[in-house]
Design a protein around this ligand. Structure first.
Ligand code: ADP
Ligand code: MG
Length: 606
């Protein structure tokens, strides 16, 4: 065995393993270079997901003839002029990207400095440099990568489909574009422009919002609270979406540190903390935050791909994010603040009893004004098997007089959840019981019932489906459509029959019968969002809570739908007959019972 110094090309190929994991990482490095070069327009062309060809053109400072061959040398950089690894103000600094990329591909660099008359071009193939030759090119730089990873066949095997790789490329460019709104970006796949982002004008917060709107959607721009906070020299700016604007995964949560997109557990944790009181744990707010951290409080030299950073005081940064976002949400006014209603309810909640057994966390103990036997006890007698299990959860509208009870007073005494008297704000069912009133959140209740029904159907004879008269096409984008397609057998078991429909869409032919008329578009989108972040190996059945919550959310009894008396009473009766119906899938109560005694207390009569 002889120890030897490895040849340069081999060293670069080894390094490439860390720097260029896939086409998207090469694109990220090159776009970063264009940004560092001061370009205000960066155009990217990607063919076959970047496998056969990537071309990046910018109008930045360009390189001289001598610099071209230096640029592809390992550890050659123009970005550490004073050998200062502390005060890094550029995105690049390691001098590795071009060396790595050129070691594993066929690279053509063409560049011209703005005050030079001539452009120069250089070919590098698998790390072997050609001769630098004069060329025709406007000021700026053009980098063409052909046959990425041809020199490292092992890595080539790990590439996913062109579509998937293109998705990663798009993500990488979007992230950089969000942090640099003053730069125009274009992405083309050889057929069409996938991204066309014009340079945004104005100060950072304004131009940033414009750019974020273009990337995260108009809804975000219209429903985001601006964040602006500072602690010990660390400045936090950006936008946080209202809690009601949420997604099924964390893909719309972005953090940038000194202009660099980073993925950091600290950030996701801080957001969970900030939104905890406003959002269910399986919903994710849409957020884009920008941290400006003084160099001495930050280490960006953590990973070759530069997607991780280390804060010298992580707790400080976390506190800053949580505090600023919470403050912003409070500033949003009544949309987030429910403190008054909460304290009123707290006074009466202690006397209410949930249905079903084992409702931990929603205690019936220590109730004020409790009746001799609890609602929970009485409810047990109603756990009779339900007929018509596959019918929609409520009876069809039969046009009965609104709020007219079809039950006599005797019924009222007997039903634990009482007889429906009214529906308020098309969301709450108010029912009268023998000794009080019950307010049901129809949506939360429905969610739980759907969950329990699907669970039961799966255990027995499968979920019954209802064919759609007109199949519905849902446009999703290729990534999401593919995800759903992969799971179509499992979805069929859960009552949803979907098929592929062109490259970026699915067609829905059947839905679970028990959903009634549902918002198919919303449901399918929501499911796709959920799949995008889920563990692929986990069966959908094992994530039934997530799925049924999504189904119920788009089913016919969601909040905001007017119910007639028959429908409302049918819902109450089904709740009485269904275990666990006293809480929704997130552990919140589905109804509140106020005893007359409690109501009298509210009015100071006791
Ligand atoms: P780093 O970005 O860490 O310096 P790279 O390997 O990415 O390392 O690039 C090496 C050098 O090549 C850069 O420091 C820069 O001087 C030059 N360079 C690369 N891309 C461009 C570009 N688009 N415009 C101008 N100069 C560039
Ligand atoms: Mg670089």
């Amino acid at each position: 065995m002889t120890i030897r110094q490895l040849p340069k090309t081999l060293v670069n190929r080894i390094a490439a393993g860390e720097v260029v994991e896939r086409p998207a990482s090469a694109v990220k490095e090159l776009v970063e270079n264009s940004i560092d070069a001061g370009a205000n327009q960066v155009d990217v062309l990607v063919r076959d997901g970047g496998r056969t060809q990537v071309i990046i053109t910018d109008n930045g400072c360009g390189m001289s003839r001598e610099e071209l061959s230096l640029a592809v040398e390992r550890h050659a950089t123009s970005k550490l002029p004073n050998d200062d690894l502390i005060n890094i103000s550029s995105l690049g600094f390691r001098g590795e990207a071009l060396a790595s990329i050129s070691a594993v591909s066929r690279l053509k660099l063409t560049s011209r400095r703005s005050d030079d008359d001539e452009a120069w071009t250089l070919d590098v193939e698998g790390g072997k440099l050609g001769t630098t030759l004069p060329a025709a090119h406007p000021p700026g730089t053009r980098l063409e990568i052909k046959d990425l990873f041809f020199a490292t066949p092992a890595r080539l095997k790990f590439l996913k489909t062109p579509r998937t790789e293109l998705g990663h490329v798009t993500e990488a460019i979007k992230r950089l574009a969000m942090a640099h709104p003053d730069i125009g970006f274009k992405l083309n796949d050889g057929d069409r422009d996938l991204l066309r982002l014009a340079p945004a004008q104005g100060d950072f917060l304004d131009s940033c919002l414009e750019r974020l709107g273009a990337i995260m959607g108009r809804d975000f721009a219209n429903n985001a609270i601006s964040i602006n906070a500072e602690r010990e020299g660390i400045v936090l700016t950006g936008y946080a979406g209202l809690p009601t604007l949420n997604r099924g995964n964390a893909q719309m949560q972005f953090l940038f540190v000194n202009g660099r997109p980073v993925r950091d557990k600290l950030f996701y944790g801080a957001l969970r903390g900030a939104y905890r009181d406003f959002l269910a744990s399986d919903r994710y707010p849409m957020v884009a935050l920008f941290l400006d951290v003084p160099a001495e409080k930050l280490d960006v030299n953590v990973h070759p791909a530069k997607t991780e950073v280390r804060f010298s005081d992580a707790a400080l940064v976390r506190g800053l994010i949580v505090g600023a976002v919470k403050h912003g949400l409070a500033e949003a006014g009544h949309r987030a603040s429910t403190t008054v209603a909460n304290s009123a309810l707290a006074a009466v909640q202690s006397g209410s009893l949930p249905l079903g057994r084992g409702n931990a966390g929603y205690s019936s103990a220590g109730g004020s004004g409790s009746v001799p036997y609890g609602l929970a006890d009485r409810a047990q007698s109603f756990f009779a098997p339900n007929s018509g299990f596959d019918a929609p959860l409520v009876a069809p509208d039969v046009g009965e007089g609104f709020g007219v009870s079809v039950f006599n007073d005797e019924d009222q005494e007997n039903y634990p959840l009482g007889v429906a008297r009214a529906q308020l704000h098309e969301t709450y069912i108010v029912a009268q019981t023998g000794d009080g009133i019950v307010i049901v959140d129809q949506h939360a209740a429905h969610e739980r019932l759907v969950h329990e029904r699907i669970k039961k159907s799966l255990e027995t004879r499968g979920v019954k489906r209802q064919g759609l008269l007109i199949p519905e096409v849902v446009e999703l984008g290729t990534t999401s459509a593919e995800l759903l397609n992969k799971r179509c057998d499992e979805l069929l078991e859960l009552g949803l029959a979907i098929e592929k429909f062109g490259p970026g869409a699915v067609v829905v032919r059947e839905v679970p019968a028990l959903l009634g008329n549902c918002d198919i578009q919303g449901l399918v989108r929501d499911l796709a969002d959920g799949l995008a972040e889920s563990d692929e190996t986990l069966a959908l059945k094992d994530r039934l809570g997530d799925i049924t919550a999504k189904m119920a959310c788009h089913g016919s009894v969601r909040a905001g739908r007017r119910l007639n008396a028959t429908e409302m009473n049918a819902l109450l009766r089904e709740m009485e007959a269904t275990p666990h119906s006293g809480q929704c899938s997130h552990g919140r109560p589905t109804y509140v019972e106020l005893k007359l005694i409690d109501i009298e207390k509210l009015f100071g009569r006791r």
